[in-house]
Structures are given as C-alpha cells and as structure tokens.
Design a protein around this ligand. Structure first.
Ligand code: NAD
Length: 279
C-alpha cells in the first residue's frame, strides 16, 4: 500500500511548505538498525522521517531513503540541532554536518532541539536558522520543547515565526495552553512521544475505545492526535507495529470518544522539563 492509498493528510506550514501529518520517529533506534527500519517505514507508506543530531542515526536515515528507492523529493526529512551546538555560527556548521551524514543537499525542517534557557543562546541560534532557511539548506525552520515564554521571546527578537514546535504530547500530557498559543500564532504542533512511549496503552478508557472500534489502543491514541490536528511520528523497530501505527485512516473517533480521552490529562511528563533541562 502506498502513501497515496493511505491518504495521509498534509498540513500547510506557515511558510507554505506541506508536511505529512503522519510520520516515523527514529529516536532510540540504534544506528545499525536505522536504515532497515526506515526502509520498512517507507515501503509501508510513511513519507515523513523525524531524526536528530543527538540520535546518532542520521546516516542510517539517509541510507534507508536511498535503499527504499522512494524518490528523495517524496520524503519529508526533519533533523534537530544538538544541544552543544547552540549559537549562530555553530547552528550553521551543525546543519552542514547533518546534511553530510544524511547524504542530502537540503532537509525539509530543521529544529532547535531544546531551548536550554540557562545558556540563553536560543535567539542567536534562531538567527543562524533564519540564514539557513534563506540559503535553501532547509525548507522550513522550527523549534522543539519551547514553552510559551521562549516563543514570546523569539516573537519579540526575530522576524520569523517558527513553522512548528515539537513538544511532548500524549493523553497524559495534553498541553492545552501551549497548543492554543500555537493555534493563535500559526505554529504547527508536533507531538513527540505520542504514545507516551507505550505508558498509556493499558488505560481502560483506551482499551475500551480500542475494542469499540476494532483497533488497538495505540491506533486509538494516534487517531486522537490526528483529529486534534497534531503532527505525529510514532517510533517502532518492529515491522508489525510500523504497519499497525499508520493504519489509522479508516476509522473516526466520535465527540464522546474525544471527550473521554480528554479526561486522561494528568500533566504527566515522561521526558525532561524544558524549563530546567540543561542538555
Ligand atoms: P512513542 O510514544 O512513539 O513510543 C515508542 C515506543 O512505544 C516504542 O519503543 C514501543 O515500545 C512502543 N510502541 C510503538 N508502537 C506501538 C504499538 N503499536 N503498540 C504498542 N507499543 C508500541 O515515543 P518516542 O519514540 O519517544 O517518540 C516518537 C518520536 O518523537 C521519536 O522517535 C522522535 O522522533 C521524537 N522525539 C522527540 C523528542 C524531542 O525532544 N524533540 C523527544 C522524544 C522523541
């Protein structure tokens, strides 16, 4: 089955670039397994890959694209700046390294991975990102793990609104206020750890909805993200789950279903707090 027959919707970013709303994340996939996992994902119909300098597997992502035979221009590729590379010049040099490892001339989206407020360098870093955008090294620029205060500072001190903010977001951490800020300012919401790394999948609300729709709890959670308008890229190394996760375009959650999942919000992070994380 191809991406076309799966009907993965595209979201238009604030600079007009289209991003497939559903993709494949490669965090914690070992470098030596990455090309095979990416190949399986592309063969299954995924057309959006999310990696990072920190994941140490950009080379496997590039190899996987080439091995799959899928044309480069059909795949949306995101990478992220390493935490030790903040600063205007470092940000520019770091993307050159990513492009070499990926074997690509341009990425589709480049993100500041963490704001690291204690370093107080995300504004000059962002100015480097703006130059990379204008130089065509990336088709869009965005941020990750930015809180409202960090986004407000960028708005005051730079000319470019981030195309996306990639944040931890799942039924146990629904980020209602930050999502509202994104909506008001034309920033697309990307949800990392969309399945809370599997932590939420035993919840009886989700297992009951799964039984009702003849789907798995993971599929119900991914469908919830899509209906909220989030961009998602669940990670799995297992071909069966890679196929299961993208098989979410043939059912719809009702208003009541969405409301029931809405009640699971527990303000529970599985990852670091962006205000205090020091890289
Ligand atoms: P995830 O929520 O996608 O969970 C992945 C884990 O859930 C897998 O390791 C597996 O154990 C389990 N799983 C996957 N599919 C399943 C299924 N169908 N049934 C049951 N269990 C299943 O978590 P993640 O990998 O942390 O997040 C996804 C992507 O988000 C990453 O690969 C990465 O690209 C991105 N990410 C970004 C940041 C950031 O700081 N920007 C942080 C973490 C992750």
């Amino acid at each position: 089955m191809t991406a076309q027959t799966r009907n993965v919707p595209e979201i238009e970013l604030n600079n007009g670039v289209g991003i497939p709303q559903f993709g494949f994340g490669v965090f914690q996939i070992p470098p030596e397994d990455t090309a095979a996992a990416v190949c399986t994902a592309l063969e299954t119909g995924y057309r959006h890959l999310d990696t990072a300098q920190l994941y140490d597997n950009e080379q496997g992502v590039g190899d996987g694209i080439r091995q799959s035979g899928v044309p480069r221009e059909e795949v949306f590729v995101t990478t992220k700046l390493a935490n030790d590379a903040h600063g205007h010049d470092n940000a520019i040099t770091a993307l050159e390294g990513s492009l070499q490892r990926l074997g690509l001339e341009q990425v589709d989206l480049y993100l500041i991975h963490w704001p690291l407020p204690h370093q107080d360098r995300y504004v000059p870093t962002w100015q480097g990102f703006e130059e990379l955008l204008h130089a065509g090294k990336t088709r869009a620029i965005g941020v990750s793990n930015f809180q409202t205060a960090h986004l407000e500072r960028l708005a005051e001190e730079s000319a470019t609104v981030p195309a996306v903010n990639q944040i931890e977001l799942h039924p146990a951490l629904q980020q209602t206020e930050l999502r509202a800020y994104h909506r008001a300012h034309g920033i697309a919401t990307e949800a990392w750890s969309p399945l809370a790394q599997g932590e939420v999948l035993e919840d009886p609300v989700l297992t009951e909805l799964a039984a009702k729709h003849g789907k798995t709890a993971a599929q119900v959670v991914l469908r919830w993200h899509l209906q909220l308008g989030n961009i998602v890229f669940p990670k799995s190394k297992t071909p069966e789950r890679i196929r299961e996760n993208i098989d979410v375009f043939d059912f719809e959650l009702s208003g009541d279903d969405l409301e029931a999942i809405g009640k699971l919000d527990a303000d529970h992070r599985t990852g670091f707090d962006p205000d205090t994380f020091r890289g």
